[in-house]
Design a binder for this molecule. Structure first.
Ligand SMILES: Cc1cc2nc3c(=O)[nH]c(=O)nc-3n(C[C@H](O)[C@H](O)[C@H](O)COP(=O)(O)OP(=O)(O)OC[C@H]3O[C@@H](n4cnc5c(N)ncnc54)[C@H](O)[C@@H]3O)c2cc1C
Length: 408
């Protein structure tokens, strides 16, 4: 693998063929960035799904409640369509370093001068029993097809079990409640969802927001498997208890979509992510990776998060810049958000690195919590419940500071 210290060689001559694997956020923005930077050669995007690139965050929020449509989530701008060859329904199964290119399930070989791997992540699941064709499977929430299936299900009067304690699970719980489910039970694996990652005050506040909307939390035991029958689903927990529901949603994490790279020339992390330096270079000449399928050096060191929208977007811009010889923008402080009911939660900075969590203002009851994260007494991050102004100001100040540091 390449070291993270020095910028890699440019990969593209002006007429070279750029091949992008994965028609998602990172894939789309790598292509868009390369064109904006003046690349004139062919750009081809191979995507496993049978649709063009779309934005995922609304799939567990406004799309599920019906507030936005599939068309609203399209990434490409119809007024200024991306100049690229889109190949939907192309399932890539192997990478070849020499000659450089990829093989698809249908037996084609796509040759390239540079390959960008942007295959994202797939949903983590649980062992399932009895999922034959007669029996409804638990829903997942990763792709438009997953979300469309859940959106098409009438939840009125039904009991829903949501497995997972991250934002995806909590957003799903909120939308099911808003859509008239009779009961919603969250199986989060910790007493206060998100407390381990974001601190107990945040976990407590999130739980109390959901409980105020009637959501129940199962015991803090981990879900270990699901049994599905025509009568419904039973989620089995590690402490021997179980939760029965008419509808089950598995939102218990993501795994890099890199099964197709196993046994190939790239270095993968134990979790399966493509290991890269902080320019997205993989160490194989002409092969780059960005987004949820990748783990850049600063992410391996715990300095930046994985699996966030902003990381994928910024990594795509960095890769596009290095491919085309443009000056890459320094990456911003990490940032994420989540929408649950009328709550917008936003976090910025290096929250995972904090050794102290301090409540600055507000409370869960008033829905306006403001939290500071410190390391060695210095503030490294911020999180707000409906604190748009404060989080924006914090991000702006840190962006200016960072630009000054880079310039100095
Ligand atoms: C429901 C949901 C809600 C989210 N909400 C938020 C949020 O509120 N805030 C936030 O910060 N982040 C959120 N995220 C995370 C954010 O959307 C991701 O970080 C982002 O989409 C990652 O972009 P990506 O391009 O790496 O992967 P993706 O957008 O997942 O795109 C990868 C594409 O590659 C394709 N692919 C996979 N394998 C192959 C293959 N072998 N051959 C060809 N194509 C392949 C996939 O089908 C997919 O289309 C959410 C994610 C989901 C699923």
């Amino acid at each position: 693998m390449m070291t993270s210290g020095s910028a890699p060689q440019l990969s593209l001559d002006p007429d070279d063929r750029l091949l992008i694997i994965g028609a998602g956020l990172a894939g789309y923005h790598t292509a868009r960035g390369a064109r904006l930077n003046g690349h004139q050669g062919q750009i081809t995007i191979l995507g496993a799904e049978h649709r063009l690139a779309y934005d995922r965050p609304a799939l567990s929020k406004a799309y599920l409640t019906g507030a936005v449509s599939e068309d609203d989530l399209a990434l490409d701008d119809p007024d200024q369509p991306l100049d690229a060859q889109w190949v939907p329904g192309a399932d890539v199964i192997a990478l070849s370093a020499v000659p450089l290119g990829v093989h698809t399930l249908t037996g084609e070989f796509w040759a390239a001068d540079a390959v960008v791997i942007a295959t994202g992540a797939g949903a983590r699941t649980l062992p399932q029993t009895n999922p034959d064709d007669e029996v409804a499977r638990p829903y997942l929430l990763r792709s438009m097809d997953d979300a469309a299936a859940l959106r098409a299900t009438c939840l009125q009067g039904l009991g829903v079990a949501v497995v997972g304690g991250g934002f995806l699970a909590l957003e799903a719980a909120a939308t099911c409640t808003q859509r008239g489910a009779e009961s919603v039970t969250v199986i989060a694996g910790e007493q206060h969802p998100g407390a381990t990652r974001l601190g107990t005050p945040v976990g407590r506040a999130l739980r109390s927001v959901h409980e105020a909307h009637g959501v129940r939390f199962a015991s803090a035991a981990r879900a270990v498997s699901v049994t599905s029958t025509t009568a419904g689903h039973t989620v089995h927990l590690a402490d021997g208890s179980a939760v029965a529901a008419d509808v089950a949603i598995l939102a218990c994490g993501a795994v890099p979509a890199t099964g197709w790279l196993q046994g190939g020339p790239l270095h993968l992390s134990p979790a399966g992510a493509v290991l890269c330096d902080d320019f997205g270079a993989t160490g194989i000449a002409g092969v780059w990776a960005a987004g949820d399928c990748a783990e850049w050096a600063s992410q391996s060191k715990g300095l930046r998060p994985v699996g966030h929208w902003q990381e994928a977007l910024e990594q795509a811009a960095v890769v596009a810049a290095h491919l085309t010889g443009a000056e890459p923008q320094p990456m911003q402080e990490p940032y994420f958000w989540s929408d649950q009911y009328d709550l917008r939660l936003q976090g910025a900075g290096r929250i995972a690195a904090a050794d102290e969590v301090r409540v600055l203002e507000g409370s869960a009851e008033t829905g306006d919590l403001l939290i500071s994260y410190l390391r060695g007494g210095t503030e490294v991050g911020i999180l707000g419940f409906n604190r748009l102004r404060e989080v924006k100001r914090w991000r702006k100040q840190h962006q200016i500071r960072k630009a000054q540091t880079v310039a100095a």
